[in-house]
Design a protein. Sequence first.
Length: 258
Amino acid sequence: MKNIYKKIFFSPFFLLIIFISLISGLFKDVIALFFIIMVHEAGHVLVSTLFGWDIKRIDITIAGGFITYDEEIDKPFKEEILIAIAGFLFQGLLFIICALLNHFEIINNKLFFMINKYNISIFLFNVLPIVPLDGSKLLLTFFSMFLPYKKSLKLINVVSALMLLVVIIYFLLFNEKIEYGYIITISFVISKIIHHIKDVPYLFNRLLFERFLYGTSARNYVYVKDGKIDSFRRRKKHYFLIGKHYYDEKFVLSKRFD
């Protein structure tokens, strides 16, 4: 947690929105939105720190905050899940605190309803299974528990694209006026999905290389009868059938990377 503020970076678009809010009378709304985003990210940061994850940077964008870690891919599933839901839990805690402050008339109804409106909006937005939102991280972790990692990455990209299409259709059908904020946010998400699609080979090979270098503490193992490296799974030890014999993953990966 020490010097964590030095790892926070603001996107130019987000700073532009702050500037526009100053001259358009929406400064309170943007400050409330920014405060909720920081509360959400504080949840991720706190739980990440408890698990000893190394935070590389925190980017604050128009679509929320995004944390980049300097960690191996094959982290325990339990840690990934708890870190992903920590932001939602902190938002829930914020709602309870604001409700109590409103109850005791420390903050008025107008401020309480404004904060609550943005709090719910950010919650619903982040729970969507769309890359790079928290909902997609939870779903990717769930896929990775039962499917090969490469297949999980491809599947989360398909789910993200389909869900984003549903969101776009919803806005086109039920919103009389499409605001610039929606267009910028959707464009940002599309760019992230495209980037993630391109990153599938890199992420998969990074997992293999990390396993080659460091091995795994996983106790469960699987037998890969087709002998294909694409069947490689997270948090599992592997035995690959090559010819008539099974070989452990260390042997197979050494052939790939030596």
